[in-house]
Design a protein around this ligand. Sequence first.
Ligand code: ADP
Ligand code: MG
Length: 442
Amino acid sequence: MFAKEILNLLKEEIPSIEYERYIKQLKISEKNSKVDRIVYLAPNILLAKWIKTKYGKRLAKLYESKTGLKTQIEIIPANKSLQQVKSSPPPKPTLQKINPTYTFENFVVGSSNEFAYTAALSTAKKPGKIYNPLFIYGGVGLGKTHLLHAIGNFNLKKEKSVIYATIEQFMNDFTYHLRNDSIEQFREKYRECDLLLIDDIQFLSGKERTQEEFFHTFNELHSENKQIVLTSDQHPKEIKGLEERLKSRFEWGLIAAIQRPELETKIAIIKKKCELNKIELEEEVIRYIAAYMDSNIRQIEGILIKLNAYSSLINQKVTLEFAKSILNDQQDEEEGSITLYEIAQVVSTELNVKLSELKSKSRNRQIVHARRIVIYLARTLTPNSMPALAQFFGMKDHTSVSHAMKKVKELINKDEKFKLQLEELTHKIKRLALEKQQKLFT
Ligand code: ADP
Ligand code: MG
């Protein structure tokens, strides 16, 4: 086995300070290593990932040059195999705290969330007076919980009594008190507050007993003009397994949707998060992350924290190259194979052009533009040849395809925003392809 030797070879290639800091920390995992897979152990997960990113390919090359064999280099945290799952104590229902950083001031407003933000703010200012209930819905990681807490924080400052709970907590609490014969205590708690904030109400679906209880809680609070705010991943009408009488009550007040943020809002949110977490990033890095990542802000935050952790670990600023290597690394592991159809599908939704229009002969500017983008992305992301694409789009021959390519390239060179938009589309397509692939295996 050459696992040890290649570390020595690497030692000669890299600055000794790097060797001391990272490579020297590695131990060979004899029991996991084979000829085609060498496993090293690093002291922790951060170092493991970092060393893999920075030296993984090089180590594999060294191994190949030494033995003529291709091998896979794995670096895992040493404690992974030792980790023990602690058994958690039996759940005792407690109310969740309101996160003090989820405030209106820390919420970045853009056209995707402006309506929900304004509704939440006016509700916070005049609880029980304007919209009751306020119902906020939208996809994962778009800021629903944030707005809910913001309403809570705003009113805690005014010494109002606020209850925040996920519907699951409400349910657990309910069952707990039922069992303990203390249902009156439960009712007192939820019915004697100025504001009741309930998160993820979609999980009421199919829970008949809890729906019944929640119905009475709702009525009691509502008739007392106490404010109720609910969030969900869907419009009340769309929630399956929810009693009609609840659905109709949820529509009594105001229903506000949160959409996925556009690029500019994403950028502003990233800046805000950097400021709050004291992370310093260059403008170009921020723009890259915004274009690269999907609209789930929770995931974006995760990436920021990760970049920051790496950068302080190695004591180096996060450059664009550095950010790319980490984000691409993540993507390499995830990449699926992309088809022309997926490209057309994503471009059609994002640019608001029908699939049939893309394949039509329409000369409408918007459609022509979208069609060119599909052609460009198909040429760069799939093995489709120009004649194949011409055939797909019902074009006379490949010259129309190359004309489209030329137009897009020109635009890339002169329009930075367009370039970013293309990157964003690319990542969406890759994600879609990946999701499809994963579905095939499950
Ligand atoms: P949801 O409840 O919709 O799944 P969250 O409210 O938990 O999403 O938001 C996920 C993360 O993204 C939180 O850290 C939140 O602060 C942040 N976030 C989402 N939207 C915004 C925004 N417009 N401005 C600032 N932070 C945001
Ligand atoms: Mg949430």
